[in-house]
Design a protein around this ligand. Sequence first.
Ligand SMILES: C[S@@+](CC[C@H](N)C(=O)[O-])C[C@H]1O[C@@H](n2cnc3c(N)ncnc32)[C@H](O)[C@@H]1O
Length: 338
Amino acid sequence: MPKKNFFSYIQKKYDTDYIFFDTFMEEALYSQFGFFNTDLVRSAKKGDFLTSPEVSIYFGKILRNWINTSCNLNKIVEIGSGTGSLIEQIGIKEITAIELSSTAREELINKGIMTHTNVNELTLEKSELVFGNEILDNIPCSIGIYRDKVWYEKVVAIQENSFSYDIKPIRNEELDWINKNDIVPNEDHELEIQVNIDKFLNTVIKKISPKNILLFDYGYEQANREKRKYSSLLRTYKNHHLSVDPIEDPGNIDITYDVNFSSLSRELKTLGYDVTLKLQRNFLLENGFDIIFDELQEKYLVADGMEKLKINSELNGLKAIVDSNGLGGFYCLNAQKL
Ligand SMILES: C[S@@+](CC[C@H](N)C(=O)[O-])C[C@H]1O[C@@H](n2cnc3c(N)ncnc32)[C@H](O)[C@@H]1O
C-alpha cells in the first residue's frame, strides 16, 4: 500500500485514471514526496545504496588520473553528484555539480561545491568534460510490453485507494525509440524504454557542448539482453537490499533499471561523438589502480593497530570497485566530440 500522502498527491495532481510509468517514477523519486527528496542523501552508508565513490575514496583519485591525461582541468561538470564524494576525491575545486535532489544539494552546498539543479542554470557555454556515476539508471524510463505483435505501454492505474498496473497504447516517442534501436520484440520481456535518458543528454549537450563525456553505470549491451534471465530489468532498493514492486512503496524505495548502453552509444554517435565502451574494472586498471593497490598493500604490511584496520578497509574498498561480479562489472562509456 503506497503512503497516503504520496497517493493523494498523485490523485490530485493528475486527476486521471492512469499515468505512464516514467511519470510515476519521476514523482516517486523526485517530487516533494519522492525518495530523493526526503531526509537522507540516499547514496551513502546511512542511506539505501552504496556507489563506487562511497565504497572507495580511490575511485575519484583514479578518475583524476584519467582527467589529467585526457582533458583540461577547468569547465568540468558532474551530473547527479549525490553527496559530492566524487568531486572531493577528484580534488578539483572548480567542478560544478548538477543535482536534482534538494537533500543532496544541501549537502553539496555545505561542502562548498558549486551546485545547480538543472544544466540550463549554468552560465557556462562550453565544457571540457561532463561526467556522472550511476545517474542514468535513476532517469525515469517507460515500460514497453509486446502482445500479439503490437507494442503497448505498461501504465500505473490510479484507483480509489491504491495503484495497480494496466496496459495502454504506446506513445509515438516510445515507439520511435524501439524502432531506432532495432529492438527485437520478446513477449516474455518487459522493455525499459530510455527516451528520457536521450532527452536528458540532448539537453546537456545542447547547453554546454562537452568535449568529453564519461558515464559509469550498471547495464547491458543490446546483443546480450537475451542472456539475462530476468523478464524485467527494473528493480527497487531500500536499506541496501532489493525491495518491493515500485507501486507498493513509492517514495520510500529507489527505483532503478539496467541501462541499455547500446542505445546510449547510438544516441551519442548521432550527436557527433566517438564512443568507447568498456568495463569499469578495465577503466580503473588502465588508470593507475595497480600502483595505488600495491602502495597500500606495502603500507599494510608494516602498519599496526587502528592504522592497519583502516588500510585493510581501504584495500577492501579497492577490491570492490574492480570486482567483475560487482561494481567492476559496470560499464564505463567515454564519448569524445568529433
Ligand atoms: C544513484 S545516485 C548517485 C550519486 C553519485 N553520483 C554517486 O555515485 O554516489 C543518483 C543521483 O542522480 C541524481 N539525479 C537523477 N536524475 C538527475 C537529473 N536529471 N539531474 C541531476 N541529478 C539527477 C539523483 O538525485 C541522485 O542523487
